[in-house]
Design a protein around this ligand. Sequence first.
Ligand code: SAM
Length: 397
Amino acid sequence: MGKSSKDKRDAYYRLAKEQGWRARSAFKLLQLDEEFDLFANVSRVVDLCAAPGSWSQVLSRVLIKGETFGRAAWQDREAKFRQQMLGVLPAQTAEQQRAQLEAELAQQVTESKPRKDVKIVSIDLQPISPLAGITTLRADITHPATVPLLLSALDPEYDAAALNGNNQASQPVDLVISDGAPDVTGLHDLDIYVQSQLLFAALNLALCVLKPGGKFVAKIFRGRNVDVLYAQLKIFFERVVVAKPRSSRASSVEAFIVCLNFRPPPGFRASLNEPLGVGDRLDRMVAQRAMQKPIVADVLMQDPARASWSSLEPPAFSTAGDQVPELKVYDETEDTWQEQKHVRWIAPFVACGDLSAFDSDASYQLPDDYVSLDPVQPPIAPPYKRAIEMRAAGLSR
Ligand code: SAM
């Protein structure tokens, strides 16, 4: 399989190279932003599991350079490819293609207002090629030592000893994003388990650094436990949605959990001694919250005619044992409130990126003279590098 056939099969891979992104993942973040306005009122961000750095590039262009991206970033490209195939547009060299795309992108920037006091910290196990204005750290997000590392990157005055074990950032951030993914084994349950460990590591870091009202976005693999995760995250965020950007293949279990308006329970302190996702602290919090707050949906009360499951608060189905709290739903036909028990929560799901965006599962015919570009920034030290070296040296098959 040549480069060109991958370009044909994966429009976002091709487009990423054309537009100068280090990875096709950039489009996932752009499409999530389209739906949730993630970058509104944001200037301090932590990007977890950031290598090779396309999400950090998006942050750099939006926050540091002040560019605005929208649907225009891909809208006319499909039409242009059709024209090239029909020979309406002349063949171009790679340099001409890049120059033209840069000009197009420059036109698409509707506003250029660099933001004030921008701080972006990006972390990955792998080295990240430098990006102007961004602090990059090479660290494992699941390791407790990464918390003080991140806190001192966010605040040069940070003094772990003086804070006496307090893990709360003195200069908190507006947004934490995590695109963390383990090396997939193909064993579905194992992959989901390892992915969930990365998610909790990201959440624990986010709880140390987010300011009230902040946002958290993390990659998940959709499985049976999404409803439990939803109930857990609703303890800390007002709105929680599972989102699937159009650039994420429909055939993949990947999705993103988007959590808006951080509002931790009163008195909550992130603790390295009792991180969430280990032990039963989180389960206890879910149960406690459900007990404190009668689970009668506010939205249903306001507008029963438009009632939907997604407007209900999550019940403590997983931990409350036989103390399942009372849950009432409005029955339209009977015009009464009915008591429900043992209801499973269904997390709201949104597909984002409009239909004019490329379909990530489709193959696109390219013009015969289409010039395939090299990746913008190949990984510096990918995990498979040693395997390739060993194979080249005849040490493995
Ligand atoms: N968002 C990135 C971008 O736009 O370029 C792509 C991220 S890539 C899909 C997943 C990354 O997760 C890999 O670079 C991998 O090294 C990183 N990762 C996996 N486990 C990690 C861990 N425990 N700590 C830090 N990074 C981790």
